[in-house]
Design a protein around this ligand. Structure first.
Ligand SMILES: [Zn+2]
Ligand SMILES: [Zn+2]
Length: 298
C-alpha cells in the first residue's frame, strides 16, 4: 500500500520546523499498517513563495470574509518551499521510503504562475485539491462562519461550483493526482443526486490522465465515508482510472489509517495495482506487495 498524502504540521501550528525523527516515525507507523512507501505532501499554502506567486486571490472576489482569508493565509504561509523540499529529499537520502510531494490547491486563474514556481523543484508527485470556492473555506469544520455558509447557500449550486473548480484544477495540468476528489461532501451537505459531480470528476481525471486518490480521511469527518464515495469509485474503476491510497494524516496516529479498509474497497472491485510516482512519472506497483514498490526496488 501507499500513503501518498501526509502532512508534517497540524493546522493549529504556524511556525514549525523539520525533524527527521518525525518522518521516521511516520514511516514506521505506516509500515505497521501495510504501507511500503509514503509521500510527504504539505499544503502549498504553507509556503511564502506560493502566496507570492498567486497573490491575495481571495480579495478578488470582493466579498466580506476577505479579512478572514487574509488572516488564514498569513497564519499558514510562514515557510520556505526550498527548505521543505530539501528536507524531504534528505529524508529519502537517509533511506526512508519517502517521495517528495506537495498538496497543491486550486487558485482560480492563478495556476500558470504557480506552475512556473513548482517547476523549479524536483517533486516526485503533486496532488491537487480544492479546499475553497473563492473566499469560502468550505472544509474548515472548526470555523463557525465557514460552516454557517453551508446552511445559507444552495447545496446543488455549491456542488456545481466545486465541479467547475475541480475541472479547472485538472485542466491546469499542474498536478498528477486528484486528492480527496469529492471532498465537497466533507461537512455532510449533499444534493439529492451526486451523479453530475461524479461525471465531472471522472471525465476530468480521464481527460488530464490524472490518478485519483482513495482516502480514508472522509471516515473521520461528518461525511463518514471514504473519498471517493463507493459509487464514484465504481465509475472510476469501470473507466480504467488509476489510484493512489492515502490517509491525509496531519499527525502520527492517523498515518496509514484504515489502509486495510481501503485495500478491501479496491480489491473487491478488482483493482490490485496502484500508481506510485518518481519525479512526476507514474509507475505501476502492486497494491499489497512491497516487492514492486518504487523506492525499495531501486
Ligand atoms: Zn486536502
Ligand atoms: Zn491534505
Amino acid at each position: 500500500m501507499l500513503d501518498y498524502h501526509l502532512h508534517l504540521w497540524e493546522h493549529s501550528q504556524s511556525d514549525v520546523g523539520y525533524a527527521l525523527d518525525q518522518v521516521a516515525a511516520y514511516c514506521e507507523q505506516a509500515a505497521r499498517r501495510g504501507v511500503t512507501e509514503v509521500a510527504l505532501t504539505e499544503h502549498a499554502f504553507r509556503f511564502r513563495d506560493v502566496l507570492s506567486a498567486v497573490g491575495d486571490f481571495w480579495s478578488r472576489s470582493g466579498h466580506e470574509p476577505s479579512a478572514a482569508m487574509a488572516a488564514y493565509f498569513d497564519f499558514h504561509a510562514r515557510n520556505d518551499l526550498a527548505q521543505y523540499v530539501d528536507f524531504a529529499e534528505r529524508a529519502r537520502e537517509e533511506g526512508l521510503p519517502v517521495r517528495v510531494g506537495l498538496e497543491v490547491d486550486l487558485y482560480r486563474d492563478r495556476m500558470e504562475p504557480l506552475a512556473q514556481l513548482l517547476e523549479q523543484f524536483p517533486f516526485d508527485v503533486l496532488i491537487g485539491s480544492v479546499h475553497w470556492l473563492d473566499e469560502w473555506l468550505f472544509d474548515d469544520l472548526d470555523d463557525e462562519y465557514q460552516m454557517e455558509q453551508w446552511r445559507i447557500r444552495d447545496v446543488d449550486e455549491v456542488w456545481r461550483d466545486y465541479g467547475r473548480a475541480l475541472e479547472e484544477l485538472a485542466e491546469s495540468r499542474v498536478v498528477d493526482v486528484l486528492a480527496h476528489p469529492d471532498v465537497i461532501k466533507v461537512a455532510g451537505f449533499r444534493p439529492d443526486n451526486p451523479d453530475s459531480l461524479w461525471s465531472v470528476i471522472t471525465e476530468a481525471a480521464l481527460t488530464a490522465d490524472l490518478s485519483v486518490e482513495v482516502s480514508s480521511a472522509g471516515w473521520f469527518k461528518p461525511a463518514n465515508e471514504p473519498y471517493p464515495a463507493p459509487g464514484l469509485l465504481d465509475r472510476l474503476v469501470a473507466r480504467g482510472v488509476r489510484f493512489t491510497t492515502a490517509s491525509d494524516a496531519h499527525r502520527l496516529e492517523r498515518v496509514g489509517a484504515r489502509m486495510d479498509d481501503l485495500a478491501t474497497l479496491l480489491e473487491s472491485r478488482g483493482v490490485h495495482h496502484l500508481a506510485s510516482y518518481d519525479q512526476r512519472r507514474r509507475l505501476d506497483v502492486s497494491l499489497r506487495g512491497p516487492e514492486d514498490s518504487g523506492v525499495s526496488a531501486q
